[in-house]
Design a protein around this ligand. Structure first.
Ligand SMILES: [Zn+2]
Length: 199
């Protein structure tokens, strides 16, 4: 099922995701729905906060991107990031490499806004797969960038927080407008935008 992607101004985007202790049917369904939602929106990644669930769960898919390469070592083996996509990561923890680079990013919660963000070129991550088994990965390129963007979401951090101050100033009025629109939507349809807290 496709889910509604929440936009900037939704309070849940600022919430730190709770650790998932038990990967039950509901978590598995959520991951399936998140993949469907991400693909329908042509996204490279989606975090649970973006569909209203403050949980440590994210999905990433670089398989449709041709012009920005990635590498991936999964559990010690070099694999094609495209065939390994979508990656579903439960409770991910990442360690950043020391080299950084600038790159353009967008975010499904900020329609039509992009910005140049400095990120580590490589990351190492530990997480759990949907069956509960541990995953260890090392990534570079677009995949490394996407993982940093998504793990930020899981901690309530948004890509605008990482823009330089000139970019923030240039975007300020658009962001304020977006926030106001979202707040108006929430007042009109509170149920649709409130995160469910039962999980
Ligand atoms: Zn995002």
């Amino acid at each position: 099922m496709r889910l509604r992607i929440l936009q900037y101004g939704s309070p849940v985007l600022r919430a730190k995701g709770a650790r998932i202790d038990q990967i039950d049917e509901r978590v598995r369904q959520l991951a399936t729905d998140m993949i469907e939602t991400m693909r329908a929106a042509n996204g490279v990644g989606l975090a649970a906060q973006q569909i209203g669930q403050p949980l440590q769960l994210t999905v990433v898919d670089v398989s449709k991107v041709e012009d920005r390469p990635s590498t991936l070592r999964l559990n010690g083996k070099e694999v094609d990031p495209k065939t390994a996509s979508p990656l579903i990561l439960v409770n991910p923890e990442i360690v950043l490499g020391t080299e950084t680079s600038l790159g353009i990013e967008g975010c499904l919660s900020f329609p039509e806004i992009t910005g140049e963000i400095e990120r580590a070129e490589t990351v190492r991550a530990k997480a759990q797969a949907l069956d509960g088994s541990p995953i260890e990965l090392e990534a570079s390129g677009l995949l490394a960038r996407a993982l940093q963007h998504e793990v930020d979401h899981l901690n309530g951090i948004l890509f605008i927080d990482r823009m330089n101050s000139a970019a923030k100033v240039a975007l300020a009025s658009r962001l304020k407008r977006m926030q106001k629109e979202t707040e108006r939507d929430i007042r009109k349809t509170p149920r649709a935008l409130e995160p469910e807290t039962a999980l």
